[in-house]
Design a protein around this ligand. Structure first.
Ligand code: DX5
Ligand code: ZN
Length: 227
């Protein structure tokens, strides 16, 4: 299966999100990655359900909503109503992760579980058969444009193996510091949803950046033994 590219609008011009999304889609974006931050779980504050709803009206591809908030259970309904097709929640804030994952799925939304760089892959063990996707953070969440943490590559490999052992074909997503230098190796490690913020929107031509990143990712996937 081919790789899906999910440009993160965190690095786009917030005054012109519609234009940013349109450019990413012309380049072949498969998803739009939306970073929701509450100033508690992470130091930054970004956007909430009303903005997601507005984006939904202009986006042609599904919205992948990444919740970096301390109390996701309170907001899942609102983000589903706003039009999220995928919602991911952090294992670090959820004592009842199983309940949360199933609550998301009950709303007809794909449920993802996210692990921070310092969270061991083993934290996913008991939820591995329930998830629709797993997101491996390759930077500490909170800001766009940070440097990729190299150890994340082997974490992707370990998450892929864990999902395989659970008999779950769910995709592994990677988020943070992905660029032209490392995209091939994260895809070779097993990532099939690639988030890219700065590598898309901090360039003179985001449309072309999406096209080039996606081509590089799919070349790497082609070179990988099918699982
Ligand atoms: C970081 C966010 C990422 C971020 C990725 O907290 O979750 O989605 O926007 O941006 P880059 O690709 O610039 O690291
Ligand atoms: Zn994100």
């Amino acid at each position: 299966m081919s790789v899906r590219l999910a440009p993160s609008i965190l690095s786009a011009d917030f005054a012109a999100l519609g234009d940013a999304i349109a450019a990413a889609e012309r380049g072949g974006a498969d998803l739009i990655h939306v970073d929701v931050m509450d100033g508690h779980f992470v130091p930054n504050i970004t956007i909430g359900p009303p903005v997601v709803k507005a984006i939904r009206k202009v986006a042609k591809v599904p919205l992948d909503v990444h919740l970096m908030i301390t109390d996701p259970d309170r907001y899942i309904d609102a983000f589903a109503d706003a039009g999220a097709a995928m919602i991911s929640v952090h294992v670090e804030v959820l004592p009842h992760l199983h309940r949360t994952v199933h609550a998301i799925q009950k709303l007809g939304v794909k449920a993802g579980v996210v692990i921070n760089p310092s969270t061991p892959v083993g934290a996913l063990l008991e939820i591995a058969s329930d998830v629709d996707f797993v997101l491996v953070m390759s930077v500490n969440p909170g800001f766009g444009g940070q440097t990729f943490i190299p150890r994340s590559e082997s974490k992707v490999r370990d998450v892929r193996a864990l999902l395989d052992r659970a008999g779950n074909t769910a995709d592994v997503e990677i988020d943070g510091g992905v660029d032209f230098q490392n995209i091939a190796s994260v895809v070779s490690a097993g990532a099939r949803i690639i988030v890219a913020g700065a590598a898309v929107f901090n360039t003179p031509d985001p449309e072309q950046a999406v096209r080039d990143l996606k081509a590089a990712a799919n070349r790497a996937a082609g070179a990988t033994t099918p699982r």
